[in-house]
Design a protein around this ligand. Structure first.
Ligand code: IGP
Length: 263
């Protein structure tokens, strides 16, 4: 595990322990059960792909460890509406507070402002966080293979399925991809960002494009419509994009441009 990832995971362990001390599992489960119906995250991606369009998971991200503050004018509801108007299929909202300046409330309010399914983008290492995801209204969670053992990943996925959540499993290389294939989820994200150097290389997606039986998602470092088309040519037609869109003043227009949709 890279140093940053190990540090984040240690921080998450403390956060979960603190949350458990404050709230009972029964109370958290009750909140998850009281959440409205899930919006199908995977189903929305498949519907967009079936219509012959690129599926975009548009990310609401205020800051990152590699870039610091990305966007000062940060209103999750407005961003959610702008992404939806721009043709995004799903949203991803960072809820990690220390490195990404995310917040659970950003997810809840972004989702309430649109009709798109929403992924909780966080470092999930404990079943508590999965149940919490549903309690804050998420429709899907991210599982990062680099941060998890095979047994942990399988357990977290089972908890997600039991709570109606879709799972995006994220890998960075062939070894992680092979481990991820033991999971049930059809949704496999290929992160172009090297977790050790934080450098981005789109080649990672091309290298892993030949993964049969899964809906692949190219993640990180995407800003150019030509890159999306080149990835589509090797069979990847779902994309997770944050920073390049978050830096634009007209987010709707930038989203439409990236997807090659008419203004
Ligand atoms: O902002 P970018 O380069 O478009 O990348 C988005 C997304 O892939 C990135 O935020 C991400 C991918 N995996 C993660 C895991 C945790 C936090 C963040 C991420």
């Amino acid at each position: 595990m890279s140093d940053t990832l190990a540090e984040i995971v240690a921080y998450k362990r403390d956060r979960v322990a603190a949350a458990r001390a404050e709230r009972s599992l029964a109370d958290l489960e009750a909140a998850a059960a009281a959440a409205g119906p899930v919006r199908g995250f995977l189903a929305a991606i498949h519907a967009t792909q079936a219509a012959g369009r690129h599926a975009l998971i548009a990310e609401i991200k205020k800051a990152s460890p590699s870039k610091g503050l990305i966007r000062a004018d940060f209103v999750p509801e407005t961003l959610a509406r702008d992404y939806a108007a721009g043709g995004a299929t799903c949203l991803s909202v960072l809820t990690e507070d220390r490195w990404f300046l995310g917040h659970d409330a950003y997810l809840t309010s972004a989702r309430a402002a649109c009709t798109l399914p929403v992924l909780r983008k966080d470092f999930i290492i404990d079943p508590w966080q999965v149940i919490e995801a549903r309690a804050i209204d998420a429709d899907a969670i991210l599982l990062i293979m680099a941060a998890l053992s095979d047994a942990q990943a399988a357990e977290l996925e089972a908890v997600a399925i039991a709570h109606g959540l879709d799972v995006l499993v994220e890998v960075h290389n062939a070894a992680e991809r092979d481990r991820a294939l033991a999971l049930k989820t059809p949704l496999l994200g290929i992160n172009n960002r090297n977790l050790k150097t934080l450098a981005v290389d789109l080649q990672t997606s091309f290298d892993l494009a030949d993964t049969p039986g899964r809906t692949l998602v190219a993640e990180s470092g995407l800003s150019d419509p030509d890159d999306l088309d080149r990835l589509a040519a090797v069979g990847i037609t779902c994309f997770l994009v944050g920073e390049s869109l978050m830096r634009q003043s007209d987010v709707t227009r930038a989203t439409r441009d990236l997807l090659g949709l008419p203004a």
